[in-house]
Design a protein around this ligand. Structure first.
Ligand code: NZQ
Ligand code: ZN
Length: 377
């Protein structure tokens, strides 16, 4: 086992913590306050942020969409450059925080920010970011990931950089109460799949990572089973579980999968299907196609997460799928689009994006993707 682990994001967790922003951003910094389509104006978060920014020289940029587009974010880059911004405050879900990361990196680049997503430009620095997370799902508030869409070409791409870690993440669970059931359920699924992408590969003997991942999975299942009876502690647990699922810890020194995510990103780019729903569609079928390869870990998950003693991996795959169904997630691509030529579009895009071999040990080639998509139609 060999790894380098860093997570420098300061976490401020708890009700009322939005006020801590004023002690976390240097007073002389010019701040760009970035947010989404307006949910924060309806649930009181906007007012709390504005109060905390009293005395700062700050600018607002709103309208970052779910699955944030380069086209929108490029306007924020222009504003940041025109106003010589020093610090970006992202207030929203994964989309806003991911968008802020793209702006923070593009700030120091003269070319088209999309070059970062295409790997044509590797940025060496970025503006500092602070995050106030309002949706529990992605872990973006304390990780290095950012997923951006180019609306013009319907491409959804991913970049990672150590310079993307937010300086701080404010995590106030009471903010999640204004989320609708669909976003809450999407968040449970996204966090569950993030954990699986790092855990459900093959037996690697990583005792700490496996045990922590299994604890996160059991916790998410407990929350899924009580999703209709949410209290303050339920929201707090979801927020922290989703963060822990994808803050780097359970994946340290582990060979990881992520094929479900890369296939899912193409489906969101092409058809606008919610990120978590693409994962729930693809993942059980990927496991079915790779059943023999993943059997050891599926059975371990059966024993330690679902508490099922079996030698049949299909039983565990079905349990995972039942979990998604219990959260009212439609599990066929045809539930979301009439397009019959999905694989004809997804596979060339994966190849274009450099993903002709995916998954742990690069075992998911385009033939396997085709089988998975056939099962998912
Ligand atoms: O835009 P507003 O008005 O704020 O509304 C949002 C949006 O419509 C709303 N919302 C957020 N917080 C709310 C709220 N509504 C009521 N009350 C609140 N407290 O929820 C909607 C969805 O928000 P979004 O940010 O898109 O959701 P999520 O956090 O699930 O982020 C999804 C994006 O993150 C990417 C996905 O691909 C997708 O683009 N991912 C980012 C990752 C990362 N950075 O590491 C990893 C993930 O695997 C994922 O790919
Ligand atoms: Zn995800």
């Amino acid at each position: 086992m060999e790894f380098s682990y860093l997570n420098p994001t300061q976490i401020e967790f708890g009700q009322g913590k939005i006020s801590s922003i004023s002690s976390l951003i240097p007073k002389d910094n010019k701040v760009l306050f970035i947010y989404g389509g307006g949910s924060i104006k309806r649930n009181g978060v906007y007012d709390q942020v504005i109060n905390s920014l009293e005395g700062y020289n700050f600018f607002e940029f709103s309208g970052v969409e779910p699955n944030p587009t380069k086209e929108t974010l490029d306007k924020a880059i222009k504003l940041a450059k025109d106003e010589d911004i020093d610090f970006i405050l992202a207030v929203g879900g994964g989309s806003v925080i991911d968008g802020a990361k793209y702006v923070a990196h593009s700030y120091y680049y003269e070319g088209d920010g999309w070059d970062i997503l295409e790997g044509k430009y590797i940025s060496e620095k970025a503006l500092p970011i602070g995050a106030v997370v309002t949706l529990a799902a992605t872990g973006s508030e304390s990780n290095t990931g950012s997923v951006i869409t180019k609306a013009q070409t319907k491409e959804k791409r991913f970049f990672r950089s150590v310079h993307s870690f937010p300086k701080f993440a404010v995590m106030d669970p009471s903010v999640l109460k204004s989320l609708d059931d669909r976003q809450i359920k999407n968040g449970l699924v996204d966090a569950f799949v993030h954990t699986c992408e790092q855990y459900l590969t093959y037996k690697q003997g990583r005792i700490a990572q496996d045990n922590y991942a299994e604890g996160i999975l059991r916790g998410l299942i407990t929350l899924a089973n009580s999703v209709d009876n949410r209290d303050d502690l339920w929201y707090a647990n979801l927020l922290w579980l989703a963060n822990q699922a994808f803050n780097g810890l359970i994946g340290a020194g582990v060979t990881q999968d992520w094929a479900t995510h890369y296939i899912g990103h193409e489906l969101t780019g092409l058809y606008g299907i919610d990120h978590a729903r693409t994962l729930a569609i693809i993942q059980p079928n990927l496991f079915r196609v790779l059943k023999e390869h993943k059997a050891g870990k599926l059975l371990q998950m059966g024993e330690n997460v679902f508490r099922i003693d079996t030698t049949d991996p299909d039983i565990i795959i079905n349990k995972i799928e039942e979990l998604y169904k219990s959260l009212d997630i439609d599990l066929k691509i045809s539930d979301y689009t009439d397009d019959k030529e999905v694989k004809e579009k997804v596979i060339p895009l994966l190849i274009k994006h450099g993903f002709s071999k995916l998954g742990e040990n690069q075992i998911v080639d385009t033939n396997i993707v085709e089988k998975v998509l056939d099962k998912s139609m």
